[in-house]
Ligand binder design. Structure first.
Ligand code: PMP
Length: 451
């Protein structure tokens, strides 16, 4: 069978793995296949993925049994279902298995059923979504909130509804794909500034304003970059936007709830609550559900989003269960219990980083729920991820298009409920896998360059 995994003995088989071609190639090679036959021209991509799957280095379609807990049962990646330490889920405050969250979801499921049955403007709202808008507004000190069925939709919808072909989008080089694709769909005037580089941003804004006094400029960045675990200088970024008549939008998908005083994320931590022009976020990380939002102070902007952000207008709204789940998570995250959970989460992040650094590993960014562990080469990330899965430590190896080519890494995501013992046990296994992967034989590149 094409996808049958090849048994692997790490002590002997790294040479064979390198020779197989499964460590070579990258997704970029297959992005735009050529030829008139749309149904068949993706065949090389399928062959490449199948080759990687057979060799246990395609970790992208695994399944989780049960909740995304620190100790989880994972199946796939060439392995039978196995229980192991899970650093591959984004349930930062462990709210997905919080009894109060589950109770609330079950109550509302029984009361309202599982379906929103309409987009937000066509009777898809519920009293829970109305209360959720208010709660998000209160946390962020922004009166106007629009909900979306996904964080992706919030990002893409906001950029495309607000920026037009005559406008400019100036975006951090490492911004999430939902924001970049929104920018590309909104206008051809998209300019990229070097990651977190406010001097470069200032230069670009000055250049745009020197030639275009009339177009709007939307500047886009994130509160916590999830592949790099770093944050921009938000006061300076917002100041620059004011100076050049631009509007700032900050995506807080990963930091809202999981960081900052009262769960206020990077914006609260930097003293900018109520002072950022537009805040956008997702419920899919800390808030145990799906969905997203955009928050701002102008009622007219809210209306513009409601009518012109496609994923709000033309996609079914959050279900009552999702809205009530997020509300309950917000209640916990913004209260005393949330402070305790964030302290546990940060204890884990600091400990894991320290242990990895003692092992000579390169952790990127600074303490946050995310610990990116650098490998650089895609081959090394693939090998390390595969070795770790066999040790029952589950991580997400990140390579293009999630990160730039040649900048692969393992993304470790921590939860409040990881125990210190789990972190201590995992650190040497992580370090050993990365070391072994970096020392492994170079992959064989086929003549086509594809594998
Ligand atoms: N923005 C960022 C920064 C993200 O990381 C993600 C998803 N990982 C999204 C937006 C999209 O959110 P969702 O998965 O909730 O659609």
């Amino acid at each position: 069978m094409l996808n049958e995994p090849i048994p692997f003995d790490p002590a002997h088989d790294l040479d064979a793995l390198a020779a197989s071609g499964a460590l070579g190639g990258n997704v970029a090679l297959f992005r735009q296949p050529r030829g008139p036959d749309l149904l068949r021209r993706s065949a090389p991509l399928e062959e490449w993925c199948a080759l990687r799957t057979r060799h246990g280095v395609w970790p992208y379609g695994r399944t989780l049994e049960g909740p995304p807990a620190p100790l989880a049962t994972v199946e796939g990646d060439g392995l039978a279902a196995a229980q192991g330490i899970n650093f591959a889920s984004q349930d930062y405050l462990s709210l997905a298995s919080h009894p109060a969250v589950i109770d609330r979801a079950m109550q509302v499921l029984a009361e309202s059923g599982p379906h929103s049955a309409g987009s937000a403007i066509l009777l898809g709202n519920s009293r829970y979504s109305a209360a959720l808008e208010e709660a998000i507004g209160a946390l962020l000190h922004c009166q106007q909130v629009v909900l979306f069925p996904t964080g992706w939709g919030a990002a893409f919808g906001a950029v495309t509804a607000l920026a037009h072909p005559g406008d400019h989008v100036v975006i951090d080089a490492l911004a999430h794909a939902s924001l970049r694709q929104g920018a590309a769909a909104a206008t051809r005037n998209v300019t990229v500034f070097r990651h977190l580089d406010c001097d470069h941003l200032r230069e670009l804004l000055a250049g745009i304003r020197a030639v275009d006094a009339n177009g709007a400029i939307l500047v886009v960045t994130e509160g916590l970059f999830s592949m790099d675990a770093d944050s921009p200088d938000l006061p300076l970024t917002q100041y620059l936007c004011r100076e050049y008549g631009a509007t700032l939008m900050v995506d807080v998908a990963h930091d809202l709830g999981s960081m900052g005083p009262g769960g206020s994320g990077a914006i609260g931590a930097q003293g900018m609550l109520g002072k950022i022009d537009i805040v956008m976020g997702a419920f899919s990380k800390t808030f145990a559900s799906n969905g997203g939002f955009v928050a701002c102070s102008e009622r007219s902007v809210r209306r513009q989003l409601q009518l012109f952000a496609g994923p709000h207008m033309f996609s079914n709204a959050l279900s009552p269960v999702q809205a009530a789940t997020v509300l309950e998570c917000l209640r916990i995250a913004t209260g005393g219990e949330g402070e305790g959970l964030r302290a546990d989460l940060m204890r884990n992040a600091v400990a894991l980083r320290a242990l990895l650094q003692e092992e000579g590993m390169r952790c990127m960014g600074s303490p946050s729920p995310i610990v990116p562990l650098w490998t650089g080469s895609e081959a090394a990330a693939r090998i390390a991820g595969m070795l770790l899965a066999r040790e029952r430590v589950f991580v997400n190896p990140m390579e293009f298009p999630g990160v730039p080519l040649g900048a692969a890494r393992l993304r470790l995501q921590l939860m409040a409920q990881h125990t210190p013992a789990q972190v201590r046990r995992a650190a040497p296994l992580l370090a050993a896998a990365v070391r072994r992967a970096l020392e492994a034989p170079r992959p064989v590149l086929r003549a086509s360059g594809q594998a």
